[in-house]
Design a protein around this ligand. Structure first.
Ligand code: GLP
Length: 250
């Protein structure tokens, strides 16, 4: 089941998303959070840090597993997702860093890297709340549009549109890695709860197709229609196509 909350802008989206994560950590202090990168969750992470600094949140019992990592980048590389997570969240809260997991981008053997990550996801006992952003082409994690859904962690060739979209973080487009390790659809769908966040007009079509279109691996996020507990928090711009087609959300 999918519940959609409309936020007026990025700030409100971030606050509402952070609220849901706050509730999860408060209700189950030893929960497993599935975390995401990209520009969309930055505001929610900032809000969580603020609440932590005020003494309202305690992450000491939390475990986290991230969705994905670029193949070939080390955790010290400022473009790696490990670096992103440290800088935007982990360095500022009291989470035990040894309980924060991101696929190992430096493991050149894809099969080994993916098997190890699947093992980590199993060993932490599954994900309580998975945070997701969405790509302009409907990708989640780095599950790109494809002919079939990939169930578990796998190595993907990034699509040209994803490389272009992510180029803004790199000095030169040639520096954007062409491959990544990502959790698969079964890993994501096994999470007890999913929180999808989206902001901006450029996500409007992907969000509409994902939530109301055909369920197809060509729009990876469309699989979320089959999950029993999905919350979508999106701003007006990201919801504009849905509102146009289906009317105002209540
Ligand atoms: C990236 C990440 C995704 C993210 C998406 C959108 O490629 N792998 O996890 O959700 O693209 O990113 P952004 O939030 O910057 O739009």
């Amino acid at each position: 089941m999918i519940t959609i909350y409309k936020a007026k802008d990025y700030q409100e989206m971030s606050r509402r998303a952070a609220n849901i994560i706050f509730a999860q950590v408060t209700l189950k202090p030893d929960c497993v959070l599935g975390l995401a990168t990209g520009s969309t969750p930055v505001g929610a992470y900032r809000q969580l840090v603020e609440w932590y600094e005020k003494g309202e949140l305690d992450f000491s019992g939390v475990t986290s597993v991230n969705l994905d990592e670029y193949k070939g980048l080390s955790g010290d590389n400022d473009q790696s997702y490990r670096y992103f997570m440290n800088r935007n969240l982990f360095d500022h809260i009291n989470i035990d860093k040894s309980r924060t997991f991101v696929p190992d981008g430096l493991e050149g053997d894809s099969e080994k890297a993916c098997a190890e990550y699947n093992q980590i996801i199993r060993s932490v006992g599954g994900i309580d709340l998975q945070l997701l952003g969405i790509g302009g082409n409907g990708h989640i994690g780095f599950n790109e549009p494809a002919e079939a859904f990939e169930p578990e962690t796998h190595c993907v060739d990034l699509t040209e549109s994803t490389i272009q979209a992510n180029a803004r973080f790199f000095e030169r487009i040639e520096d954007v890695p062409k491959q990544a390790y990502t959790m698969g659809i079964k890993n994501i769908m096994s999470a007890k709860k999913i929180l999808l966040i989206a902001t901006g007009e450029n996500k409007a079509e992907a969000l509409y197709q994902s939530l109301y279109g055909k369920i197809t691996p060509k729009v990876p996020a469309s699989i979320l229609q089959l999950h029993k507990d999905v919350t979508v928090v999106a701003d007006e711009a990201a919801l504009s196509r849905i509102i146009k087609e289906r009317g105002e959300l209540v």
